[in-house]
Design a protein around this ligand. Structure first.
Ligand SMILES: [Zn+2]
Ligand SMILES: [Zn+2]
Length: 112
């Protein structure tokens, strides 16, 4: 942020006086520099917001389109993260089958 002196149009310089920031000019003009802090705060807020938004989108997508991720080593590429879900086999007295799909190579396998 560059500010110019309203008195003489020189470039204002940041100065710290009594713990407060000022924009000061060589002509003696100075103004309190409070807005800078707000500006930074605002930037942080916006970044946080963007991050939150991103996370929300990711988690929503996860909920809708993919199965929960579990730690499972892919037999094909050895990546250790896979989607997991279960499917009931034809007869109800048989145990359900667990399916896994590698998040990296999309290899699908099952465990009984
Ligand atoms: Zn000035
Ligand atoms: Zn894999």
């Amino acid at each position: 942020m560059v500010e110019f002196c309203p008195e003489c149009s020189s470039l204002l310089r940041k100065k710290l006086l009594d713990g407060k920031s000022y924009l000061a000019c060589i002509c003696g003009y100075k103004q309190e520099f409070g807005s800078n802090k707000d500006e930074i705060q605002k930037n942080i807020q916006e970044k946080k917001q963007a991050l939150d938004d991103g996370l929300i989108i990711v988690s929503e997508k996860d909920k809708i389109s993919v199965h929960p991720l579990v730690t499972r080593e892919c037999p094909k590429c050895k990546h250790n993260e896979a989607e997991a879900w279960q499917e009931q086999t034809r007869s109800a007295d048989e145990p359900s089958t667990s399916f896994f799909r590698c998040v990296k190579c999309k290899n699908t396998w099952r465990e009984y």
